[in-house]
Design a protein around this ligand. Structure first.
Ligand code: SF4
Ligand code: SF4
Length: 712
């Protein structure tokens, strides 16, 4: 089960020599892995590389034919540790996750992998979730690469380049005995294009042809002192020069010439397309990327190749470094290299471009215009370029003024989400018991930090909510409530939070949202799902895990039962019983459920079978228009409309067509003792004879009881 099926696209992974591959960047990466002869792949889902893992799962049968082992890991640390197979065996392997958060989780394994180095190529495909569409803290993975001596590829978003960097990345890893990261920003993941395919390769050692013996014992390959002292020297004295020599020889970085030879731009590969587009809009390039400004494109972001940098800058008066975020690692490194070589090219970077934030098309346009204004290259009217940027960007303030204030549109739970009722219950509980500290976590439930719930005092990472409440509990009178998803629970919450809480005999309340999937990343399966990629349920239960750890106070409550959930919460908050109190809030992810149910209903309708859909509605004549229901729900299907009663000016509540009939409206109205204006209706398709008979009887009764017009 995943948000998107790649079953059709997987066919393109079978293409052979000379055939043309069409598709998305993320699929091209998978094909490149197979062309590189990987023996194992794994990872943990997260934007923007969730689909890479989904593709791998959908391609599992095909990979099995090639002897490729697939592991859907329970977190990024377990994925990183998989690469240990490449330390002592000539096995190529690749793992994937969302960075920088996933890289944080994997940090220990990465350090201990990079220290001894690798024999078989080891590649980490990181989805760099940086910029305006990001869902995480804004940091870059560059620092990780630098500190651990892991080489960082940042390919230009162009399919042949991405595929080449995957293939060359394995050679680079093996040639320099270091792991390699391949960074993909969201646009690189979803860029579409073509490349000429090659045959898939079978690894010499794989599941099809396992080695007769394990690798021989070699203490030097353990990240243990004194080996680690040797490793540190190897990283600097051997692996780094080997990587730089490989990159030079295989031309991993690209130089694009231009006639404005006294200036230049050095850009990280992932940002190349934005630079190219900005140059085109300023009249400094055509729409095919042929630019007047020479460009040095760093498909290998780390390490830099000093000779190439110096050769590019020599003879240029001004060079712009395009590197998002802070610190300006590349700008500093290039300044140092040039000053050491006594090359007096003036380096521009932060200043022309902002110190923080994504370099969007708009930012890049202004940044390049600023650079041209300051550099004043020979043969170019710099003032005209600045005027062009002003004209291109000038319409925005006028458009903003014309449109007026646009209300913010924060993300929200899906219609009918099983997690929304839990926060409605928590809101009702707080009305009675007063406010409490709420320790939130990563996952869909973090939507409760937005209106109408606006709940949450901290988010410290995936599966960290209970641990984040440890020092709050003794310092605040009311019991903190920690909220964790089932994804976060298995990712590390069971150990980081539950085990630590029990070990320290702490107090506290934990709500585990059991929706059955890692929903926020696209409904992938996890240990407590009711099915797995192999079909059968994995057979691990949250309840059993908690009991086996020693949790005594444990309740499982259906999420939509708002009154029961509120009563259970109150009990957990008030009980004199010390220790951890866990409420498993049970309700299947509605998005996943709807995907399943819609397909089932469509099949039933086709077969002429009876299908019943539940809908909720509001009786206009009863609704008082106080909107308590909306304040306690926030469901996108619950909105307002003008009152049909001319004597009442307040709009009434209204349930629109998208309602999935989850029942929360009725539950909230009941639990909060709201007006009785909600009604539940059943929409029956392909009605049975009994349905038709009942319908006729009901219509008859209603018609009999309805007031009749009296002739005067
Ligand atoms: S994906 Fe599922 S769990 Fe997440 S908000 Fe939507 S319905 Fe809720
Ligand atoms: S029943 Fe209410 S809360 Fe549930 S989907 Fe319909 S409008 Fe939304």
């Amino acid at each position: 089960m995943a948000e998107r099926s790649f079953a059709k696209e997987v066919e393109s992974l079978k293409l052979g020599d000379g055939e043309t591959f069409h598709g998305e960047g993320i699929l091209a990466v998978t094909k490149a892995l197979l062309q590189s002869g990987v023996a194992y792949v794994g990872g943990y889902q997260g934007a923007p590389v969730s689909h890479l893992l989904d593709v791998l799962v959908d391609a599992e049968d095909m990979m099995a034919e090639l002897g490729v082992h697939l592991e859907t890991c329970t977190n990024e640390a377990s994925a990183a540790a998989m690469l240990g197979a490449s330390i002592g065996y000539p096995l190529r392997g690749a793992v994937t996750w969302k960075s920088v958060v996933g890289t944080n989780v994997a940090a220990d394994a990465l350090s201990n992998l990079a220290s001894p180095g690798v024999m078989g190529g080891a590649m980490i495909i990181i989805g760099e979730d940086y910029g305006e569409g990001a869902s995480i803290i804004q940091e870059r993975s560059y620092a990780f690469a630098m500190k651990s001596s892991i080489w960082l590829l940042d390919p230009r978003p162009d399919l042949p380049t991405i595929v080449r960097m995957v293939e060359k990345g394995f050679e680079l890893s093996e040639g320099s005995h270091a792991p390699v990261m391949l960074e993909l920003r969201i646009r690189a993941c979803h860029v579409t294009g073509t490349f000429t395919a090659k045959n898939n390769r079978v690894s010499a050692q794989s599941g099809l042809t396992p080695a007769d013996k394990p690798a021989r014992f070699d203490y030097a390959k353990l990240s243990h002192p004194p080996s680690t002292f040797l490793h540190e020297r190897l990283k600097v004295d051997e692996r780094l020069p080997a990587a730089q020599a490989f990159a030079r020889e295989h031309k991993l970085n690209e130089v694009f010439d231009g006639d404005l030879s006294d200036i230049g731009i050095i850009v990280l590969g992932g940002l190349y397309n934005t630079v190219s587009r900005a140059l085109a809009r300023l009249g400094l390039a055509d729409n095919f990327g042929n630019a007047r400004v020479p460009i040095y494109c760093l498909n290998l972001a780390y390490p830099l190749i000093p000779d190439e940098v110096k050769a590019f800058c020599l003879g240029k008066n001004h060079v712009l470094i395009v590197e998002e975020g802070s610190p300006d690692f590349i700008e500093q490194a290039i300044n140092t290299e040039l000053r050491r070589a006594d090359i007096q090219t003036r380096i521009h970077g932060k200043g022309a471009l902002p110190k923080a934030g994504e370099y969007t098309g708009e930012v890049m346009l202004r940044g390049i215009a600023n650079f041209v204004r300051d550099a004043r290259p020979a043969g170019l009217d710099a003032a005209a370029i600045v005027a062009k940027a002003d004209a291109l960007l000038g319409h925005k303030p006028a458009a903003t003024a014309a449109v007026g204030d646009i209300p913010p549109r924060p993300p929200n739970f899906c219609t009918g989400c099983p997690e929304r009722p839990v926060f409605a219950a928590l809101k009702l509980t707080q009305r009675e018991l007063g406010p409490t500290h709420i320790s939130t976590d990563i996952g869909c439930h973090s939507f409760a930090t937005f209106a109408p719930f606006s709940m949450g005092n901290s988010i410290l990472g995936y599966g960290m909510s209970l641990a984040a409440a440890a020092a709050v509990t003794p310092n605040v009178k009311s019991r903190p409530v920690s909220v964790m998803g089932d994804g976060g629970f298995w990712h590390n919450g069971l150990i980081t939070g539950v085990a630590s809480n029990l070990f320290n005999k702490n107090d506290g309340v934990l709500i585990v949202m059991q929706n059955g999937y890692t929903s926020a990343t696209g409904q992938q399966y996890m240990p407590s799902s009711l099915a797995s990629r192999q079909g059968a349920a994995p057979g691990m239960s949250i309840e059993s895990a908690l009991r086996s750890f020693g949790v005594k106070w444990l309740r499982t409550v259906r999420t939509y039962s708002v009154a029961k959930m509120a009563a259970t919460l109150k009990e957990a908050m008030r009980t004199a019983e010390k220790g951890l109190k866990v409420i498993i809030a049970d309700g299947e992810c509605q998005l996943a459920r709807q995907r399943r149910v819609r397909a089932e209903d469509a099949a039933k309708l086709k077969a002429g079978e009876r299908v019943v859909r539940t809908k909720f509605g509001v009786d206009d004549e009863i609704c008082t228009g106080d909107h308590s229901c909306i304040r306690l729900s926030g469901c996108p299907s619950l909105t307002v409309k003008p009152s049909p009663d001319p004597l009442r000016t307040d709009p009434v509540a209204s349930v629109i067509e998208s309602c999935v009939g989850c029942g929360l409206c009725g539950e909230v109205a009941h639990a909060a003792v709201l007006c009785p204006s909600f009604y539940r209706a059943e929409v029956i398709q392909n009605p049975s004879a009994w349905d038709r008979l009942m319908h006729r009887i009901r219509r008859g009764v209603i018609s009999f009881l309805s007031p009749r017009e009296v002739a005067v």
